[in-house]
Design a protein around this ligand. Structure first.
Ligand code: PLP
Length: 385
């Protein structure tokens, strides 16, 4: 059975050209970038090159890139690192942080924990059915002690793009820092941190066809954060630990390739998504697309099939060779609808039955046609039983 992979927001396959560049650093080029001999210097040159490539792909300077172990670590470093630095440096007043209820857990749980520990005041601004927050809600939430805003660029479950430029414009001329989790936006939409006015931005390797276990934080020159991991002076003493050289090389290469091919990839994915939407609309009743399709990264489609249980549908699709994902979390035996869809106000009939289809450059029209055929058949069978 030929399998169809439509779960690229969960993880992606490493590109062949990325693999080719990283492999020597898992083999003969095994040096430690901190060593001054030739083995070490080969690794150092590769890390520096990757830093330049990643910086170029987001409009940053190389010295503004901090490599981390993941997107999760980059998010933690931005939020906790910035808040910790504030608490250490200017003390008394509790900082206020504004975020949203649709953030990935890497930001959401970090904010919650900081608030639970009484280290910050936290405001989560609302989200509407379109899946986006309203910049006016951010504006209205700002207080005298607001120090940090963390809003994701694109949501991992719905693909909805958040009003990043508008939020940055609101903050221009203030001392409030702006962090965005761009893990799902990077490689799917153009990013320029300087033009957008962003202070911190997180990315992850395995979402952009690089290796797992590598991420990075863009930290605007001059902005101070505290490290979360202490030790050696790696990454300007902001992230101790011998560098993951193969991972870093893969992230730098993937960033270059994806940036170069961005326009073509967006076109391709838009075409596939249009076909998927049309096929679902024409063949399946009582469906609902979650979030505004006009305002989302092109590879993602979140759709509900009224009356069905998403997990059961996913399992049937998997048996038929099609890999998708649900937004819902299964905890203590009870299926919970996705926190993101709940926050958007999606009706429970639809929230429990939502599937996420997330494509990549390598998916084909034939795969989408086959997905529509199989999905229609399974939905019809499940609704009859
Ligand atoms: N942020 C978003 C929006 C994500 O989708 C993910 C992963 O799913 C992460 C952060 C975490 O990235 P990583 O898997 O590299 O820790």
């Amino acid at each position: 059975m030929k399998r169809i992979y439509l779960d690229n927001n969960a993880t992606t396959q490493i590109l062949p050209e990325v693999l080719e560049e990283m492999l020597p650093f898992l083999g003969e080029n095994f040096g430690n970038p901190s060593s001054i001999h030739d083995f070490g210097q080969k690794a150092r040159v590769a890390v520096d090159r990757a830093r330049i490539r990643l910086a170029e792909s987001i409009g940053a300077r190389p010295d503004e890139i901090i490599f981390t172990s993941s997107g999760t670590e980059a998010d933690n470093l931005a939020v906790t690192g910035y808040i910790t630095e504030l608490i250490y440096s200017c003390g008394k007043e509790k900082p206020h942080l504004i975020s949203s209820p649709i953030e990935h857990k890497a930001v959401y749980e970090t904010c919650k924990i900081l608030a639970d520990r009484n280290l910050i005041e936290l405001t989560l601004v609302p989200v509407d059915l379109s899946g986006a927050i309203n910049p006016d809600d951010i504006k209205n939430a700002i207080r005298k002690n607001t120090k940090l805003i963390s809003v994701m660029w694109a949501n991992n479950e719905t693909g909805i793009i958040q009003p990043i430029n508008e939020i940055a414009a609101l903050l221009s001329g203030t001392s409030i820092a702006f962090h965005t989790d761009a893990v799902q936006a990077f490689g799917k939409t153009a990013i320029n941190v300087r033009k957008a006015g962003i202070d911190m931005l997180s990315v992850s390797g395995h979402k952009i066809h690089a290796a797992k276990g590598i991420g990075a934080l863009y930290l605007r020159r001059g902005l101070k954060i505290s490290p979360l991991i202490f030790g050696g002076s790696h990454e300007k003493s902001l992230r101790a630990g011998t560098e993951n050289v193969p991972g870093i090389v893969s992230l730098g290469k993937a960033a270059s390739v994806l940036t170069e091919k961005l326009e073509a990839t967006v076109k391709h994915e838009e075409n596939l998504r249009k076909k998927l939407i049309k096929g679902i609309r024409e063949n399946i009743s009582e469906i609902s697309f979650n979030g505004s399709l006009e305002n989302s990264i092109p590879n993602t489609l979140n759709v509900s099939f009224k009356g069905l249980e998403a997990e059961a549908l996913l399992a049937r699709l998997d048996m038929a060779g099609i890999a998708v994902s649900t937004g819902s979390a299964c905890s203590s035996g009870a299926n919970e609808p996705s926190r993101v869809l709940k926050a958007m106000g999606v009706h429970p009939d639809y929230a429990y039955s939502a599937l996420r289809f997330s494509m990549s450059h390598s998916n084909t029209e034939e795969e989408i046609a086959e997905t529509i055929r199989v999905l229609s058949k399974i939905v019809s069978e499940m609704r009859k039983s």
